[in-house]
Design a protein around this ligand. Structure first.
Ligand code: BGC
Length: 933
């Protein structure tokens, strides 16, 4: 069946299937649309619980097999019960027919929503012919905790000193810590606390919702079951300013009669080691737990169970749990039934109760951390007698699941590393003070399976010692853990090295999008470095849906802003306390701007607008004649060149000012927009006067100087070509190798492309000689390295003081793979008008990408065969696209076998730079052109 027939068949099925829906009484129109309304989401999430945005934003996508399909109008119904929704009664909100093509960020405008209410909703749309679609599948969200004054739960903890016997149990593990690393003889880590209580359920339940939070990390359990699938809850914030709670539906876990509720409470980011491993207790010393469980009975009555003085506490099998140091678990100390009713807790102690906490308690707005994948070992070696090394074949973040059988008291130790020493033992020196060691002590009753819960490691290799006998492959399974940011992109081309590069980028994203965008997952650092995040965010958006993730982190970033306007080096703040650094602090402007471009999110601009203005004001105050002083980290980890820091500083000052001017216009602040545009012009003039000579040479004369100036539009028109010539010369001098750090790198290929040097961009991409992406891949990289010379054939490992093999910053080239090689870009924000502009080169015979945008699926796949260029494109319904096809003339371009100019939905625009340009509506297209190159 050819594609056209397939489309006709699908249409027929849709028409037949759609007839049933015609019986749905409909007061507007009787025509029926083939459009389906999919993926209803609230605040970027699928059926979120516990929203505390008073007027949440709704979104959906529409799909259609027809070309040029559009949404003319929509209707949203929100009901307080499933029955009402089903019957078409929007008792909370009936938007009526709203003439609009908007499908994202539609603000709820119904009745005020009280705490705990469940809002069921659905949406239908009118298409371009005003025919009506069927309703979307029903979706829901619930509202979060009531106002603080109505909250009943108290913050509880357990601060008792360890019993002498517990201390002894901890002792042997402390030998794992090398004194040299932390300068301390002993590592004293407090054990996680176990908390419990019992409550009664008297009558049949209609609904049961629990709200839980901690200063620290919590695992909540009810009647022996873990609540939810999230890890490291409640997430990382500056706890002195705000702490989040999660909301779970627990109706299925409760039963009539007595119920047991328990929580394990660990240090986490709140009280444990984070950042440079010399210091714990960054936000507080003693973890606290908060829980409010609300039961609504079928008869309408309600009951609240909350953390208070009546809870009991103790220490249990967890002897240690720390992000950087690892976890120690003595299974002999398990307390079966501790999280169920009927457990004898008479030996447990009393909890301590803390009245208030310093920060706000709010609903978690992001993407919680979850287990994502499992990895089987590819190889096991015995590096030394009794020391087994498991190779999982992939560098990632997460932990290892251990399976073991042996005698009670047998101690199995797991250590983790990214790379091996030449003798096959694990190389851990680059982990610095992070001990990264998990210890499991067997209880000795058959096969035991164990996973840590309050730590994670960055690793490819697991070293196992103390294992009883010879471990088989099932002894270790890698568990990949990261924030639940769904994969939305895929990329493939005819160059296997580039495919590996793409995979490595996605792995470094997986490994570092863990609650906050971290620099690396393995050594004692793992911080939300702002420079890394802003350099990578555009690439990140192509790989995964990071909308909720960055919505959350941008709050961390604003919380961390210095009152003087300086955005920090890391967010959440603490640990590394610097701020105001060029290219790092600018994350405060670049990230919201990227969220706007990619997701069409204007709200994020409004939300952070004042903070962004303060940043620009700070830069202005701290510059002289609009030139920023040399300050900060410069072009971090560059090899073989040193870009002057004042160039980077002023270039970013100009760039952030320009972006803020654009954003001001978007939210209707037109005066500000003009003012910032004028300021941008003045900074540009100052930059040129101070740093650019008549022949286009820029002070420093490095690759990074030119990429920044070109990409940020800092040069007058007549100097762009000259500067581009200097960039080419600088590359030639390095024998066509890059010499940028991660600041310049992000703009290098885009700047070359803009200036018509696609061939050089492809040459850099495909290189495998030092320094290049290919060099690391040739030497076995399965993730992006922090440094070009992380390992070289001549010198071996770089200085272990700073040498991560899993840093996403150099992976910022991912945006060029999607945006230039496959050619998918957004034009009107939120992909309302898509740019499809594949730019073949580098000898590639095919390349393509698929991307689930906020507006729907976009695809662009090209191949070159026998002098023909073929391009398959998918453009989502309700959007349009501008398509650029390499061709010697527009007339000879065919679409699905016919002259493109006559094809349905295709409007020829003309020739531009050896491409034939067409404006198209939604749908699938196949273009073919003669390809003379
Ligand atoms: C981090 C970087 C970060 C940098 C700032 C490093 O330790 O790993 O990625 O941006 O410090 O200089």
């Amino acid at each position: 069946m050819n594609r056209l027939n397939a489309i006709l068949l699908v249409k027929l099925l849709l028409v037949v299937g759609g007839c049933a829906a015609l019986t749905d009484v409909n007061r507007y129109t009787f025509g029926h649309s083939d459009v389906t309304v999919m993926a209803p989401r609230c605040e970027y999430r699928v059926n979120p619980l516990g929203i505390d945005v008073a007027e949440p934003r709704l979104s959906w996508i529409i799909e259609s097999e027809q070309r040029q399909q559009k949404q003319n109008a929509y209707q949203i119904l929100v009901a307080a019960s499933q029955e009402n929704l089903k019957a078409g009664r929007g008792d909370l909100w009936d938007s009526g027919k709203v003439d609009s093509d908007q499908t994202a960020h539609i603000v709820y405008k119904g009745k005020p929503l009280r705490s705990g209410v469940r809002c069921y909703w659905k949406v239908r749309v009118w298409d371009r012919d005003d025919n009506l679609s069927a309703w979307s599948k029903p979706a829901y969200w619930t509202m979060g905790l009531p106002d603080p004054k109505y909250r009943q739960a108290k913050w509880i903890g357990y601060d008792a000193a360890l019993a002498p016997s517990d201390k002894e149990a901890q002792e042997p593990n402390q030998a794992n810590l090398q004194k040299a690393k932390t300068g301390k003889d002993k590592l004293v880590l407090p054990p996680p606390r176990y908390l419990r209580n019992v409550f009664w359920v008297y009558k049949p339940i209609r609904r049961a919702t629990v709200y839980a939070s901690a200063m620290g990390l919590y695992e909540l359990r009810i009647n022996g079951q873990r609540v939810g699938e999230d890890y490291f809850t409640p997430g990382w914030t500056d706890y002195s300013k705000r702490v989040y709670y999660q909301t779970y539906d627990v109706a299925d876990l409760l039963r009539k009669g007595s119920n047991g509720v328990g929580a394990i409470l660990a240090d986490g980011w709140y009280a444990g080691y984070i950042g440079f491993g010399q210091k714990r207790e960054h936000y507080g010393k003693d973890p606290r737990f908060f829980m409010q469980l609300e039961v609504e009975y079928a008869d309408g009555t309600r009951q609240i169970t909350a953390t208070d003085e009546s809870w009991k506490a103790t220490y249990g099998p967890h002897l240690e749990a720390d992000f950087l140091m690892g976890e120690t678990y003595d299974a002999r100390k398990e307390m079966p039934g501790w999280d169920r009713p009927g457990f004898n807790d008479s030996a447990w102690g009393d909890v301590v109760v803390t009245g208030t906490i310093p920060g706000l308690l709010q609903s978690y707005p992001g993407a919680t951390v979850r287990k994502q994948l499992e990895i089987e070992p590819v190889k096991i070696t015995e590096a030394k007698e009794g020391t087994f090394v498991f190779d999982l074949g992939q560098n990632f973040a997460g932990w290892a699941r251990l399976q073991v059988k042996g005698q009670a008291g047998t101690k199995v130790v797991l250590r983790f590393a990214e790379v091996l020493n030449p003798d096959g033992t694990i190389y851990t020196t680059n982990l610095r003070a992070a001990r990264c060691t998990d210890t499991y002590i067997l209880k000795g009753n058959g096969t035991e399976i164990w996973e840590p819960r309050f730590t994670y490691h960055g690793f490819r290799y697991v070293e196992l010692t103390g294992y009883p006998g010879r471990p088989g492959a099932d002894a270790i399974t890698g568990i990949v853990v990261h924030s639940d940011t769904p994969v939305v992109g895929s990329f493939e081309c005819s160059n296997p090295m580039v495919n590996k590069l793409y995979k490595n980028i996605t792995w470094s994203q997986r490994s570092n999008f863990l609650e906050v965008p971290t620099d690396c997952p393995q050594r004692d650092e793992r911080l939300g470095w702002t420079g890394d995040a802003q350099i990578f965010i555009r690439t990140a958006t192509y790989n995964m849906d990071v909308a909720a993730f960055f919505t959350k982190w941008l709050v961390d970033l604003e919380d961390a802003q210095n009152p003087n306007g300086a955005f920090p080096d890391v967010a959440p703040r603490k640990v590394a306390m610097g701020d105001g650094v060029p290219a790092w602090g600018d994350a405060g402007v670049i990230c919201p701007w990227t969220m706007y471009k990619v997701y069409g999110d204007k709200h994020i601009i409004q939300k952070h607008y004042e903070a962004m203005k303060k940043w620009i004001a700070y830069l202005r105050t701290n510059s002289k004649d609009l030139l920023r002083p040399a300050y900060g980290y410069g072009d971090w980890v560059a090899v073989g060149s040193d870009t002057p820091k004042d160039i980077i500083a002023t270039a970013y000052f100009a760039y952030s000012t320009r972006l803020l001017s654009e954003m001001a216009a978007v939210i209707g602040k037109n005066e500000d927009a003009k003012e910032y545009q004028a300021l941008f012009q003045q900074i540009k003039d100052a930059f040129n006067k101070a740093y650019v000579s008549d022949d286009g040479k820029i002070k420093g004369d490095t690759q990074t100087c030119y990429c920044l100036a070109l990409y940020f539009d800092l040069l007058p028109e007549q100097k762009r070509e000259l500067a581009s010539g200097h960039l080419i010369k600088a590359l030639g001098e390095k024998d066509w190798h890059l010499s940028t750090g991660f600041v310049g790198l992000s703009y290098l290929l885009p700047a070359l492309t803009q200036m018509g040097h696609l061939d050089i961009a492809y040459r850099l991409l495909a290189s495998d000689t030092f320094p290049s992406w290919g060099y690391s891949i040739k030497h076995g990289a399965t993730s992006i390295w922090e440094r070009w010379d992380g390992w070289t054939a001549e010198k071996g490992f770089q200085d272990p003081g700073m040498n991560s093999f899993n840093h996403y910053a150099f992976g910022s080239v991912g945006r060029w793979l999607f945006g230039t090689v496959a050619g998918i870009e957004t034009d009107v924000p939120g992909y309302k008008n898509v740019i499809i502009r594949p730019q073949p080169g580098g000898g590639m015979t095919y390349a393509g990408a698929a991307y689930d945008s906020i507006a729907g699926k976009i695809e662009s796949c090209w191949r070159i065969d026998c002098g023909e260029f073929e391009l398959d494109v998918t453009i989502p319904a309700n959007t349009t696209a501008t398509i650029y096809i390499p061709a010697s003339d527009a007339e000879s371009v065919l679409e699905s076998g016919w002259p493109a100019s006559t094809a349905e939905g295709v409007r020829p625009v003309g020739m531009q730079d050896e491409t034939a340009v067409f404006q198209v509506g939604s749908g699938q297209y196949r273009f073919v052109s003669k390809y003379p190159y």
